[in-house]
Write a protein that binds this ligand. Sequence first.
Ligand code: PMP
Length: 358
Amino acid sequence: GTAAQGPRLRRALEGIPTYKPGRPASGADGAPAYKLSSNENPYDPLPGVLEAVVETAGRFNRYPDMACSGLTAELAERFGVPPEHIATGTGSVGVAQQLIQSTAGPGDEVVYAWRSFEAYPIITRISGATAVQVPLTPGEVHDLDAMADAITERTRLVFVCNPNNPTGTVVRRAELERFLDRVPGDVLVVLDEAYREFIRDAEVPDGVDLYRDRPNVCVLRTFSKAYGLAGLRVGFAIAHEPVAAALRKTAVPFGVSQLAQDAAVASLRAEEALLVRVDALVQERARVAEALAGQGWTVPESQANFVWLRLGERTLDFAAACEAAGVVVRPFAGEGVRVTIGETEANDIFLRTAEAFR
Ligand code: PMP
């Protein structure tokens, strides 16, 4: 009988791909090992940020502030938006999952570019909605015209990942505004700006400017990348009241720890020092891109903290060669390799491997 078979899970959950975290670097036998597989910030936490967390750690017998009120107030001030327009969550991927669960279900469609952030297909499947993947252009950029064409009466949500993970490419103001003008007002457009702080192209709009007079635009940001808090899991959305309120409703209770909240507030206050580090990473990105071009690689221009090498069938071999040399990168089998801009020495090891592979 059914009792012997155990609980009945939703059929829709069968075959959902598993989210694969970046492989850790092991560094056995004293060999250098650098992790360039998860787009993390290579810098150790700032002493001031660490202190804020150490203080809080002594109180982890208590639940955190469920409303994240201190962090929310700080973000509202920082972005010049009402606190009611902010919703925090367990990493921006947690917020993205809440967004889909709040807007889409079986029979509905979610449109996003492909290849893009690997969580989109997973969280779409979890919701029961149907994924509509729109291929990137040959230049590895979002094809916003094709994405607008892909919107149907069933579409509830569209992701625009800007810059795109894993290609690092961006969409610029004119084309993004033209796209937003074509999207029906009852379709939610999520501008995933996880790598926003690494953008140096002045033509790329700030999603926070775009959301202000567009009730169907939601901006996703994270403390995991430029702010270096990946291990603490805190991200947030900026959107008009109904969307932000839905996110607050669907949040896992106490999903953002007090450590994460206090570290995020301390990071906002230490923003100047953190952005100096981001500048250094952006300079490293330019150095890596130039070196790769000099070696004869064609690499899409990245505005994020990683670069994308399209390697096709050689992808796994390249990743293995990097690992043997002491850096762990992120292969997407049959497609290419995404390499985080990390410590100078790590970037150099990657560049030497790329040169030898050419
Ligand atoms: N969006 C994009 C485009 C990402 O690349 C990532 C991290 N890989 C995230 C969201 C999620 O980051 P987090 O959950 O750490 O905020």
